[in-house]
Every structure is written in C-alpha cells, then in structure tokens.
Design a protein. Structure first.
Length: 104
C-alpha cells in the first residue's frame, strides 16, 4: 500500500516504506533480549523475537545483570525483566532435569 500525503504546496510525498520503517523502529525501541555471555566490555545478547545477536556495552546495562537475564529495552534504557528471567531459568532447569532423568 502506498500512502501519499499532500502538503500545503500541493507536492505529493510518497510514504510507501513508512509502515515498514515504523515497524522496524518500534522493534528496535521496544526489544527483549536474553543475555548469553559476557565478552570484554560487552554483553552478548540474543533478540528473543528475531534471534539476532547484539553486543550491548556493559556500561548501559543494570548493575545486577548476569548470564541468563532477560532484558527489556524500552524508552531508551535496558531493564531486567525479573519475572521473565525467573521463568526462563525454571524452563532451563526443567529441561536439564528431564535430560538427565533415567528411564526404567
């Protein structure tokens, strides 16, 4: 779909990419990451929605960040999603327990 807007001077402005650009912007401004590991001064994080790996400078992250933490990036800051982090840790614990369970 092409969106055209006329300004006061009757010039047509084509916004054919506006929707996709806006979607991309919003995804970047409100993203959820899982902290995989730390390398030098960066946290290596996976975008949970896209699977994209991103290196985030440690100095912009909360002090109590650790491997496995779930981060939300919203309004220009990173915060730990405590509930999601606890759920993810429990899921991993359950998977490991099931993996090492012996079947009789």
């Amino acid at each position: 779909m092409i969106l055209e807007i006329n300004d006061d001077n009757n010039k047509n402005i084509n916004f054919s990419n506006f929707s996709s650009e806006l979607t991309n912007y919003l995804e970047k401004t409100e993203a959820t990451f899982s902290v995989d590991r730390f390398e030098e001064n960066f946290a290596v994080c996976e975008n949970i929605k896209t699977g994209e790996i991103t290196n985030i400078p440690i100095e912009v992250l909360p002090d109590n960040i650790e491997e496995g933490s779930i981060l939300k990036f919203k309004n220009g800051i990173y915060v730990i999603d405590i509930e999601a982090t606890q759920m993810r840790k429990q899921e991993i614990k359950t998977l490991v327990n099931n993996l090492f369970k012996r079947k009789n």
